[in-house]
Design a protein. Sequence first.
Length: 427
Amino acid sequence: MKKIFANGTDEKLFLEELGKRAGETNKKVTETVSAIIEDVRANGDTAVKNYTLKFDGNLSQYYEVPREVINDALTEADQEFVDALLNAQENIADFHNRQVEQGFINAKADGCIMGQKVRGLTRVGLYVPGGTAAYPSSVLMNAIPAKIAGVKEIIMVTPPKKDGTPNKDILVAAAICGVDRVFLSGGAQAIAALAYGTEEIPKCDKIVGPGNIYVATAKKLLYGVVDIDMIAGPSEILVIADDTADPKFAAADLMSQAEHDVIASSIMVTTSEKLADATIAEIERQKEYLSRKEIIEKSLDGYGAIIIADSREKCVELANEIAPEHLEVLMENPFELLGSIENAGSVFLGNYASEPLGDYYAGPNHVLPTSGTARFFSPLGVASFTKRMSYTYYTEDALRAAKDDIVLIAEREGLTAHANAIKVRFE
């Protein structure tokens, strides 16, 4: 893991290289996904099933998972696992219930009434990876805020295992969260089916959930046909730390993100070169007993670094510039820095707020903006599953009082039919 001294040049060069991870999607991937989308749009479930046969090796045991199979997965599951998911569900629901937005009504003295209604979306599609990387935590993080928002129906798609059966851990999470229907389909074809609808898979208003490059590209290409959560890039963590930090903790947390992918990014910015050296030593020690050692090594070698800065303020400045998905503050009195942190998906304060706490359990959502987009995007939440509708009622007298201003603005814009729509009411 490289060590960089912040001198205004070296760290900038590293961050520029880091930014190239979020470059344009490979043209061949885009062409492949575009062809899949058009095939599904034209041929519906037949196309989806053909791609399942092509990419997964065989057709799944069933296309839509029967409700009794979902319920059986829950009743037959290991109770400790179920209890852990239920505890996580309670925390996630408690946090997201506080995000619920209320509509409003503004009734004026002249009889005019204006307001806003906040409604949950009608139907949301949830993509959940189900092959070698099966994440029941993603079901919780996506389905719970959707239910709280008032979404009427959640349609989940997930790839079948090699034997054609669903991943039971995912079904357990789906049962706990009240997912309405589950289809065994993955990849770009499942995203296209959710966006356009097929004979069996209902058309959705929004698609959420993580996936590989083909899934991410399909979501990007179909944005506008359907809403999406965000265009997710590689996982990333930034740890800012001073000499009070424990290098054992810092090393473990950096590797917790590096194990996701060889292009995941794990960076530490610290005021202490001693901590930097100790953290590197801890990484070397701890990685030896981790199952994804090879991925961690490639990730840290390609996109990891420890940047040594001369002050806490410089650490925060670099954090705001990087705008990381996850930001850990392993510094003395971390709450003192919270007000200065402007750009981060989710912030973890102190030695015992390790990033995996946010992935699974604490309550804030783990679907976060990546690749610097925390400068303008927010984490997934209840608002992600709602839409707002405004309404207006005016009395005749109130419109008479406003008509000259409206007509003047409309005619200044050259929109005479707009002006006429007001004037005819008083001729």
